[in-house]
Design a binder for this molecule. Structure first.
Ligand SMILES: [Zn+2]
Length: 402
């Protein structure tokens, strides 16, 4: 036992040099772990302590160094937590898991967590830096005024020429293969620009964007742009602007499209406008990790809203099981709790919808292949539910015995 204590005390403690510590804001600082793409909110005291771990130190030397400021127990608890979260140099569990995985390990990981896989297509950062001056111009007050004018222009046009609306509706043609094809290609291109809009707004406020790529959201491929650097911004409205940039771009495009449709009476434009607007609105749905989710996360100032809110809901269930009562939360937490309650219904529903969609698409090729693939993913999902349930049961029995 004595040896063990000695060993723990002599273990070196040093911060990771790639972890980014944001500026102080609202009595906390946001810490960004780029390897695991996680964010942590630290109190100013703890953040200062973390920031001071530049050189490798032992616990004993830290006890000495922070005497009067932190108790040894506090230092133990904080450094243990840093280690568990993979925030210390060396012995980093998260990093080795990500990097050293075999081929079969990768397949297994994909079956277990298809949602955590990200394929990077392009690192736009250097290009964005190159066009930085033009990007800044695009977000000048004059440019913003222009966007607002474009946004309301279909209404102005209809006021000036009401006859255009009547003729556009008269010339409407039903959907055919050509229209579907053109609309599909247009939506793909619009999607690429949607991601670029996120990246450009992030760059305009001084953030870096190193990844634009593909991820799988409930088994459907989705283009994403990694604007997580915006969590370092101290202004909440800047963060919200980055998260809403893609949708704002699409809505401006809707206005331009409506004007073009009114002027040309071309039905293809009307279909593209409709598809574009619907996709933008779906993107606002906050309970799955689309743009709407990140907007709400910024409004509630909660970088890990999904896991935090789920933990709150589970905490209430534990409370009910162990103490047979639920404590009422304070205001800000009750918003997070409400989010968690809705998302714990919505998220499983989306997994099931996603599995069904995957089965439907694959069964067009081969029902057998569809059956095998969907079964494999289902087993993976059930295994995750089992692991989570096991942790919960052990927590509840832990409370009971203590
Ligand atoms: Zn987006």
């Amino acid at each position: 036992m004595r040896d063990e204590i000695e060993k723990v005390n002599s273990e070196t403690i040093q911060k990771r040099d790639d972890v980014i510590l944001g500026e102080s804001h609202d009595g906390h600082r946001v810490l960004h772990h780029p390897q695991s793409r996680q964010y942590f909110r630290l109190g100013l005291r703890e953040a200062k302590f973390y920031d001071s771990l530049v050189d490798a130190a032992t616990k004993n030397s830290l006890y000495e160094l922070h005497k009067g400021e932190f108790s040894p127990e506090e230092i133990d608890a904080i450094t243990d937590w840093f280690r568990q979260q993979g925030l210390l140099a060396g012995g980093d569990i998260i990093e080795t898991k990500e990097e050293k995985r075999s081929f079969f390990g990768n397949i297994l990981q994909f079956l277990l967590r298809p949602d955590s896989f990200r394929f990077t297509i392009w690192d736009p950062n250097a290009t964005l830096d190159y066009f930085r001056k033009s990007i800044n111009l695009m977000f000048s007050p004059a440019a913003i005024a222009l966007y607002i004018f474009i946004f309301i222009s279909p209404v102005l046009l209809l006021f000036a020429r009401p006859d255009l609306g009547a003729s556009a509706i008269r010339d409407f043609t039903p959907l055919n293969f050509q229209i579907v094809l053109v609309a599909y290609i247009a939506i793909l291109i619009i999607n690429a620009f949607h991601e670029l809009a996120h990246a450009m707004v992030c760059k305009a406020f001084g953030g870096n964007v190193h990844k634009i790529g593909l991820l799988f959201l409930y088994f459907s491929p989705v283009v994403y742009s990694d604007v997580s650097d915006s969590w370092r911004f101290t202004s909440r409205s800047q963060k919200i602007a980055v998260a809403s940039a893609g949708i704002a771009f699409q809505l401006i495009l809707t206005s331009i499209g409506l004007c073009l449709w009114l002027i040309t009476s071309n039905a293809i434009i009307a279909y593209v406008v409709f598809a574009n607007t619907m996709l933008a609105l779906i993107n606002l749905f906050p309970f799955i990790k689309l743009d709407g989710y990140w907007i709400v996360a910024h409004i509630l100032n909660e970088p890990n809203l999904m896991s935090k809110s789920r933990e709150l809901v589970l905490g209430k269930i534990r409370d009910l099981v162990v103490n047979h009562r639920i404590q009422t939360p304070d205001n800000e937490r009750s918003a997070v709790l409400a989010f968690g309650m809705v998302s714990s219904v919505v998220v499983p529903a989306f997994w099931m919808l996603g599995l069904y969609g995957l089965y439907y698409r694959l069964s067009q090729i081969s029902p057998l292949v569809a059956m095998i693939v969907v079964s494999a993913f289902s087993i993976g999902l059930l295994y995750r539910v089992y692991l989570a349930a096991r942790v919960e049961v052990s927590k509840i029995s832990g409370y009971r015995s203590s």
